[in-house]
Design a protein around this ligand. Sequence first.
Ligand SMILES: NC(=O)c1ccc[n+]([C@@H]2O[C@H](COP(=O)([O-])OP(=O)(O)OC[C@H]3O[C@@H](n4cnc5c(N)ncnc54)[C@H](OP(=O)(O)O)[C@@H]3O)[C@@H](O)[C@H]2O)c1
Length: 326
Amino acid sequence: MKALVCSAFGPLDELQVQEVAPPVPGEGQVRIQVHACGINFPDILMVQGKYQVRPPLPFFPGGEVAGTISALGAGVAGLAVGQRVMATLFWGGLAEEAIAPVRAIVPIPAQMDLLTAAVFQGGHATSYHALKQRAALRAGEVLLVLGAAGGVGMAAMQIGRALGARVIGVVGSTAKAQALREEGFDELIDLSRDELREAVRSLTDGTGVDVVFDPVGGELFAQACRSARRNGRILIVGFASGQIGQYATNLALLKENALIGVNYQGFFTHEREAVERNFSELMALFARGAVRPRIDRVFSLDRAAEALGAVAGRAVIGKVVVQVGG
Ligand SMILES: NC(=O)c1ccc[n+]([C@@H]2O[C@H](COP(=O)([O-])OP(=O)(O)OC[C@H]3O[C@@H](n4cnc5c(N)ncnc54)[C@H](OP(=O)(O)O)[C@@H]3O)[C@@H](O)[C@H]2O)c1
């Protein structure tokens, strides 16, 4: 089979598509004939050797796939060859066949196509968990989303609105602001023109926001924390800027703010009932068109390194996906 091979941690342009032996599913695993693999920020960190998990070399990047089951390992029940499934993996998705443990498999609902399924969990499942379980976002509250044109950010914008919040998105360029306006979001802060705290102040009559959703970190995190109002909750989702944010703890005391971590993998592993409940609620939102991943570009497997490069270069609005099979 063909796969995108990472032989040494380093730059994305050293990745190569090669012929490799197809993997064999072990006990409690299934093999998926990959139709498409969604690209997420951690895929890039993993290739560069900067992620908290370092795969044994060589490995194939790609942490989110959709396709059909092509083989079942020993002891697998309740799944069938030919079934359409999506799965989140740590790596192995940018390949014609991928292995997933049974607990990572989610059947794809009839109304969802395979490209959408390949980008659905990384953004939407994470953001839904963040806003529902971690922030307990309520209708009528004000939600500030940093990195709003990114994979998790755009999902948070859609979910926040579906949950009845007033949503303000923060983006780094006028082109991204324009794209989000076309998606129906009017309240946007464009950091190429606006100063964050001043813009939040003027959009909220000086009161600030109830919830900050931060997948960016660094200096932007520090600024956004100052825009939270009394009883505000600040969600630490990721560090796309490459910098961990710093926080002045006196703010938490003064405004009774809470800093809240979000770790979807941990939630997925340890809270299965809630994961499944979230998923069916999200699917109901998807069915009525309230949430829908925006696929910016589709790449072939031969150009998968370019797909990773597009995400690394902040050139994506929504998600990119690599179409692997027919
Ligand atoms: N905690 C969890 O469970 C969880 C789950 C999924 C993802 N994440 C994390 O969430 C973060 C975002 O993931 P994503 O898939 O949404 O990524 P993405 O699609 O690349 O979006 C990241 C956004 O961050 C902004 N950004 C600001 N500074 C940046 C920089 N120096 N480099 C790159 N982007 C920068 C960009 O927007 P502008 O250009 O508009 O500034 C970009 O749209 C990642 O750190 C990822 O690891 C966490």
